[in-house]
Design a protein around this ligand. Structure first.
Ligand code: HEM
Length: 1130
């Protein structure tokens, strides 16, 4: 008589009870339930066994047990990583550990591996399961012991080898790497390591195992070896459990182990309610404390659904392989298949009643396809269709969030029939008959499938325990007094079997504690679950036995079980098992990638195998990989940010891959090119990342004006430059003081640069140049080749120091000052924007040089004051006698520091410019002749000594300097910190205060709209009538019309609309322009008088620019050919 269950107290509000049948309906919310997996599919598959990374181990239990690591530490650090690195250390430390025997009193009170060290210091290990421990151990205990076993093996190996390296250990079956240092429980007891077996085995008696038989009240002798499989309570996935159970059985057979099953906490109730007893063993299970979850050498193994992966490891596929793909080779698949098949053959025997039903059902279905001999020789085809719904979704990408549509099942079935019975040939008529006798046998966890029009006519695999369709549930209650067709039970729900439904079966609506209910289900629940299990098993049994071909989706474990049930030959080799999910070929029994995707998530797919490979790398490689991964993520985030978080009120950001580095490299390699290219892409105003800083470039006259003439409250230079200049110049000057003080200091310096002073400078500079050319070996003889930049650097420092700082200081450059200035110069390395503070060798030399040079100046000042000097005209004298507002005299150290600043400020710009002049002349000997002719024409054929007034008669000489600065302005980037948000006039942009502003006057100086043929070095363009004349020369009739402003150091041109600003503009404008001009023209005039230059190869080429330092200059070596003129004055 079918059981009648009262489910009136059922918790689920949407459950419908249809006595005497049991009808349940799934709630929509179950879709999102994250509970355990359902009965008919699960996460188990062999790929899990193949790909699961080894468990994260803990330290093995020592005796006495180790202190537990603190929670905080464990919370942040992956124990496995830690263990990996500390074990060698531990190994070293534990060398003197010399217990002859582990004291039994010290044994851990929980199941754990323990290390044993004999009197000779040799280490071995065993597993201690305290007597009286509850059997089976909890899932957590199982997992914990397995983890520790793995670590213990590694540790023992390490301690034994004393090499400090840990070898990868496997605990799995069928490996050669057996652990010879493991001492099994019995031997450990005999040796006294573990307490002897208790006389009282009442625990064992109560907890009998499935397969354990007692004959005549006398327990059988204990088996030599055994494997006990624990059916876990927490798993709704019957399919998964079954696959593991069968496989475990297969493995036990291979190892000659007796096989037992523990079902004491199985969610489906008693094993033997669904299945018949496993084959009888002629021996009995051992005492429970001898059943160890690890290692594989354990004589008596106990494996639960949760530890199977640890214990079996990768052995299921045969030999271990580092290559995950190899594990998917057909041979490996077949090995796995065969193990499961062994288990199936021995264990898949349904309980007697169900078995009888299935047999009859199969016989009945098989009979239906038989074609009477009179009508043909071939029978019809039985096509089994297994449709899985519920928790599991297909691998096929397009159906990932739904299910494979029914019409694909139906279509596949139709194709199979068409292939088999194609009506062609002599037996065409017979094909038609056979087709008529063909049938579809359908099993699904969703009763609605039975109603699908595509599968109309399909026969249910079994009707003994049936899922009721919605309509059926709505039918009025049947009259109990009338005889109806017999059904044992009928279940029903919409949309397939969901694990949450499983756990709610039979739960009282008043009970809120689902977890507690899971552990202690009611008797009704157990009976219902058992019915679910039976229905599922009968479905599979009928499908496998009655079908010639089975169509299913491999994402469902039920589908894979069906293959095992059909056998390798029929299912795989003959192709009777047809998977329609994931685009797998029919032979692909164990899916690879899609299965992983489905079960592990994309990241794990990538991370799982990768993490295995990662852990096998050396430390350096691991660091390399970690850095590369970090970079990859950083780059990805950086790129995404640029596309997703654009700020409409800020100038466009130059695209860059790497954060922090940004465009530093492309900018640094060739700033003018970088500006031009990005101007084309983004317009005059754009932002780029320079060493992590957002730097907004604004090019063109408007940009120059916006930045260089920016208000003091908006822009700030000292914040940018002080790190570089203060260590070189010294304290309290230039950028190490308020801007107002700098303006005063600039006024002091500028006042000294008078026309009268320049008059004195011209002969000084002329003499220095003449003297240098006379004494320098590279210019001896009639002609020669010389690397010109170093020569021009020396000429610049000698001329500037003599003119600006007096003979006394100049003479010191012949002694030690040259070297000291060179060391000071090193402080301007761009790297010092970041490392100015670092105690690096060049910084140490910089600091020493600064102190020494400053002392030289201060000593000189003292001497001059001491000797009561009066009426001098040099800059030092002017500065010594200057006073700040409020009549405060300039302190000596500030005078000294300003002297350093003056020389340093002009040195790089002037020496670079003079080098470019010489190189340009070498590329254009015709211009050199023009210059010579200009001097002869305007100064006289005898070329008298130069005077300051002569330059007014030498416009081409002035134009040479101008044109060279146009193309080779040594300061290509002028920077300012932004102090208040600055709206850019005429645009929607506001430059925020975390940006740096960058002006690049060189861009407009080489802009075609202002300078025809901008890249051509043509000094004659500065003549008003030249066709190449710049627009400013044409338009600005009178330079005095240009707007002037006084920032505190005299009137200067604002240069607001000028595209040509090699000396800058605004409050930070250069005060050395005229001096530089006098200096450069004097040097030029002397050289032109005495030499003819040309390129060594006679070409008109010009060498490239070196942007590696703050001031751009020619790349070196930059050699030119020189030849003395007739009438050379040297
Ligand atoms: C061809 C030679 C030179 C060029 C191209 C040049 C260029 C410049 C430029 C572009 C600036 C503006 C920097 C800014 O705004 O941040 C500047 C400032 C300055 N230059 Fe020159 N310069 C040259 C020679 C000299 C000489 C020979 C001296 C000294 C006698 C000198 C002293 C200064 C000073 C004191 C500043 C002011 C810095 C400030 O106020 O922030 N320069 N120079």
């Amino acid at each position: 008589m079918p059981p009648t269950l009262d489910l009136g107290r059922t918790r689920h509000s949407k459950m419908i009870i249809s006595p005497p049948r049991i009808n349940l309906r799934r709630a929509a919310s179950y879709h999102y339930d994250k509970g355990p997996l359902s009965a008919t599919s699960s996460r188990f598959n062999f790929d899990h066994l193949m790909f699961s990374p080894p468990p994260s181990p803990g330290l093995p239990s020592l005796s006495p047990p180790p202190r537990k690591p603190s929670k905080g530490f464990a919370g942040y650090v992956r124990p496995r990583r830690v263990v990996r690195y500390i074990l060698p250390v531990l190994g070293f430390l534990s060398r003197p550990y010399d217990h002859s025997l582990v004291s039994r009193a010290d044994l851990p009170d929980h199941p754990a591996p323990i290390l044993l060290t004999d009197s000779r210091g040799r280490t071995s290990w065993t597993v201690s399961i305290p007597q009286g421990s509850k059997f089976p151990l909890t899932a957590e205990q199982f997992a914990d012991v397995c983890e520790k076993c793995r670590e213990t093996v590694a540790r023992v190996q390490q301690m034994r080898s004393q090499k400090g390296s840990i070898q990868q250990t496997y605990l799995g079956f069928l490996f050669d790497t057996t652990d010879s240092h493991f001492v099994d429980v019995k031997e450990a007891q005999q040796a006294g390591y573990l307490p002897a077996a208790p006389g009282d085995r009442s625990q064992d008696a109560v907890n009998t195992l499935v397969g354990e038989t007692v004959e005549g009240g006398i327990p059988k002798p204990v088996c030599e070896k055994s494997l006990t499989f624990v059916l876990e309570s927490d798993d709704a996935g019957l399919g998964k459990t079954l696959m593991m159970l069968w496989t475990a059985y297969g493995l036990a057979q291979k190892e000659g182990r007796a096989f037992f099953i523990d079902d004491s906490r199985w969610g489906y109730g008693k094993y033997m309610d669904i299945f018949q007893a496993p084959p009888r063993e002629d021996c009995g299970p051992p005492p429970r404390h001898e059943m160890l979850p690890c290692p594989l050498e354990a004589r008596h193994l106990v494996v639960s659904t949760w530890t199977a992966i640890d214990v079996f490891g990768e052995t299921l596929v045969g030999a271990p392989s580092d290559d995950p793909l190899k594990r998917l080779e057909p041979v490996a698949q077949k090995n796995m298949f065969n193990l499961a098949r062994l288990g199936h053959d021995a264990l898949f025997r349904l309980n007697k009643d169900d078995n009888v039903y299935v047999d009859n059902r199969v016989r009945d279905l098989m009979a239906r396809r038989i074609v009477p001999k009179t009508k043909g020789k071939q029978n019809g085809l039985a096509i089994g269709i297994h449709v899985r719904r519920g928790d599991r979704h297909p691998f096929e990408f397009q159906y990932r969030s739904s299910y494979v549509p029914i019409n694909i099942y139906a279509e596949t079935a139709r194709e199979i029939l068409e292939d088999k019975f194609n009506h062609t040939g002599p037996h065409g008529a017979e094909d038609a008959v056979a087709k008529k006798h063909s049938l579809m046998i359908l099993a699904s966890d969703d009763p609605m499938i039975y109603q699908a029009s595509e599968l109309k006519g399909a026969t249910l695999a079994q009707e003994r325990i049936k899922l009721a369709a919605k309509q059926e549930m709505k039918q009025p209650e049947l009259d109990r007094n009338v005889m109806h067709k017999f059904h044992d039970e009928a279940f029903g729900w919409e949309g397939g079997f969901f694990s949450a439904m499983f756990w709610n079966l039979g739960q009282s609506s008043s009970s809120a504690d689902v977890e507690a209910y899971k552990k202690r289900p009611s008797a009704d629940a157990i009976r219902l679950r058992s019915l679910v299990g039976r229905a599922y098993m009968m479905d599979l049994a009928v499908l496998a036995d009655a079908s010639d071909v089975v169509i299913c989706t491999v994402s469902a474990v039920g589908c894979r079980l069906l293959a095992v049930m059909m056998g390798w030959e029929s299912a795989v080799e003959k192709g009777n098992w047809v998977n329609i999910d994931g685009g797998h070929p029919r032979l692909q029994f164990f899916p690879s990638t899609p299965l992983l995707f489905s079960n592990m998530g994309v990241l794990q797919v990538v991370g799982g195998p990768l993490s295995q490979q990662f852990s096998q790398l050396g430390t350096f490689s691991q660091i390399g990989v970690a850095v590369a991964s970090f970079l990859f993520v950083a780059v990805a985030i950086n790129v995404l940010q640029q596309f997703l978080f654009k700020k409409p009120n800020e100038p466009p950001l130059v695209f860059h891959w790497f954060p922090l580095i940004g465009s530093t490299i492309t900018y640094g390699m060739d700033p003018p090119r970088f500006f031009k290219e990005n101007r084309e892409k983004y317009g005059d105003c754009f932002t780029f990342i320079l060493l992590g800083k957002k730097t907004t470039v604004y090019v063109g006259p408007k940009g120059n004006d916006f930045i260089l003439n920016g208000k003091i409250r908006d822009v700030n230079a000292e914040e940018i430059y002080t790190v570089l200049t203060t260590p070189v110049f010294g304290k309290d000057v230039v950028y190490d003081c308020p801007n107002s003080k700098l303006m005063e200091q600039k006024k002091f310096m500028k006042i000294a640069l008078t026309t009268e002073a320049f008059r004195q400078y011209v002969p000084i500079i002329s003499d220095e140049v003449t003297s240098y050319l006379k004494r320098t070996a590279d210019f001896k003889g009639k002609s020669g080749i010389v690397d010109i930049p170093p020569k021009m650097a020396q000429i610049t420092i000698f001329t500037a120091s003599h003119a600006l700082q007096g003979k006394e200081i100049r003479d010191k450059f012949d002694e030690k000052l040259a070297d000291l200035y060179h060391d000071l110069d090193m402080g301007f390395s761009p790297i010092n924007f970041m490392l100015h503070w670092a105690p690096l060798p060049w910084n140490n030399r910089r600091d020493y040089a600064q102190r020494t040079v400053a002392k030289i100046y201060m000593d000189t000042i003292k001497e001059r004051r001491a000797r009561g000097e009066t009426g001098a005209q040099d800059i030092m004298w002017h500065l010594m006698n200057s006073t700040y507002k409020g009549d405060i005299p300039v302190p000596d150290h500030e005078v000294a520091h300003m002297m350093i600043a003056l020389l340093m400020a002009g040195q790089h710009s002037s020496s670079s410019t003079s080098s470019w002049i010489m190189l340009r002349l070498a590329s254009r000997p015709d211009i050199m002749e023009d210059l010579y002719n200009e001097q002869v024409k305007n100064l006289g054929a005898d070329l008298p000594p130069l005077t300051y007034e002569d330059f007014a008669k030498l416009p081409l000489h002035a134009a040479i300097v101008k044109e060279t600065l146009r193309l080779h302005a040594p300061i290509h980037s002028i920077m300012r910190a932004v102090k208040t948000p600055m709206p850019v006039p005429g645009t929607k942009y506001v430059i925020p205060t975390d940006h740096v502003l960058l002006a690049a006057p060189g861009v407009s100086a080489t802009d075609e709209s202002y300078f025809p043929q901008p890249d051509l070095w043509e000094p004659h363009r500065w003549e008003k009538d030249s066709p190449l004349a710049p627009t400013i020369v044409r338009n600005v009739q009178n330079e005095d019309d240009d707007e002037k402003i006084d920032y505190g150091y005299g009137l200067v041109s604002k240069g607001a609309n000028s595209p040509y600003l090699p000396f800058g503009a605004g409050r930070h404008r250069c005060i050395g322009e005229q001096f530089a001009s006098v200096q450069l023209q004097t040097i030029l005039a002397i050289i032109v008088r005495n030499f003819k230059f040309r390129n060594v190869d006679g070409s008109d080429k010009v060498i490239g620019t070196d942007y590696a330092s703050l001031f751009s200059r020619p790349l070196e070596p930059a050699k030119i050919y020189w030849e003395r003129r007739e009438g050379c004055q040297l």
